[in-house]
Design a protein around this ligand. Structure first.
Ligand SMILES: Nc1ncnc2c1ncn2[C@@H]1O[C@H](COP(=O)(O)OP(=O)(O)OP(=O)(O)O)[C@@H](O)[C@H]1O
Length: 318
């Protein structure tokens, strides 16, 4: 068995009376993306802070990059990079100067530091902005600079704490490309996010954090199999047709206001035909029929009672 890049066993942390992490177990294989998914305040940042040695745990066995963060924080720090809500970017100096500072902190020679900085600025499309103060950068540019600064130390494990929160769709997709590139270089990524589509898109494994506990853990596909979220949705413009359909079909969840109804379904041809046959037999014509397969939204709502996840565009209809 290979040694995991990150492991936690029974991780606990409270602030006063508030239990933030209530016995968390997780394992992250080297070279994979692990996503800790949860709503605001779920404890994601606290978990990152503990694993990256910024905060000490109350209890639990931890293992990061071959070391125990509590016993050997320096060794853990040498193996990891952290970017996110507590960004290291200094807005008063230029992007390039931020990179040079990082090179100094990593004890690179002046020559190596300048070369590495130039290469990373180029890689993250920041060469043109390199001589401008970082305070003038857009949100996406700041995040890219933050990651570039982290990579100066060539970490094998990177913690990305909500790397795309607040970014526009284009910058989000850029960031996803950067994360994929890191993984293709063999880096292990520990990603926290409140976005289900982000976890679905990037993560090899996902843990859903809710109320200080891991509510479920697995691949996106495994998590989706946990919930019977699949359904067919029919929409009508004619109220009479809508009412006739509600009467004609079985297991219907009607929504009077939108003149639509849902029928649980795995979306197979046979199931669809059964629905269409019934509509046909009753001479009812729906104005719209969509098939929805379960997605991480369904998983999340089933597991957590639907607290606090922001609205996201649903792209599951076909
Ligand atoms: N230093 C602290 N002192 C007291 N309470 C804290 C401290 N840090 C975090 N908390 C509390 O712990 C809980 C979890 O916070 P944390 O920042 O880990 O959540 P999160 O999942 O990262 O959420 P967000 O998406 O808002 O960053 C919150 O209720 C927060 O108020």
């Amino acid at each position: 068995m290979t040694i995991p890049a990150i492991a936690a066993n029974g991780l606990r942390k409270s602030y006063g009376d508030k239990v933030v992490l209530d016995g968390i177990d997780l394992t992250v294989a080297a070279g994979t993306v692990f996503s800790l998914l949860g709503p605001n305040g779920a404890g994601k940042t606290t978990a990152v802070k503990i694993l990256s040695t910024l905060v000490t745990a109350d209890a639990g066995e931890l293992w990061v990059g071959g070391h125990d963060p509590a016993a050997n924080p320096q060794a853990v720090r040498a193996a990891i990079g952290v970017t996110g809500q507590f960004s290291a970017v200094d807005g008063l100096i230029t992007g390039e100067e931020n990179m040079w500072l990082m090179a100094d902190l990593n004890h690179l020679s002046r020559r190596d530091g300048r070369r590495t900085a130039a290469e990373l600025l180029e890689r993250f499309d920041l060469t043109d902005a390199a001589k401008k103060p970082a305070s003038t950068y857009s949100g996406g540019m700041k995040r890219r600079l933050d990651i570039a600064m982290t990579l100066v130390g060539d970490p094998r494990i990177i913690f990305l704490d909500e790397p795309t929160t607040g970014l526009d769709p284009r910058s989000r997709h850029n960031m996803w490309g950067i994360i994929r590139e890191l993984v293709s270089d063999g880096v292990t990524v520990f990603l926290t996010t409140q976005y289900l589509d982000e976890a679905d898109e990037l993560a090899d494994r996902i843990a859903v954090l809710d109320d200080g506990k891991i509510a479920a853990e697995g691949t996106a596909e495994e998590l989706k199999r946990l919930v019977p979220g699949g359904h067919v949705r029919l929409r009508f413009t004619d109220p009479a047709a809508y009412r006739a359909a509600v009467a004609a079909l079985r297991e219907v969840t009607p929504d009077e206001e939108s003149l639509s109804l849902q029928i649980p379904s795995g979306g197979s041809q046979r199931e669809l035909r059964a629905i269409l046959d019934r509509l046909h037999a009753a001479a009812i014509e729906a104005d719209e029929l969509t098939v929805h397969t379960p997605d991480l939204d369904d998983v999340f709502f089933a597991l957590t009672g639907g607290t606090g996840i922001p609205d996201q565009p649903k792209e599951t209809a076909r």
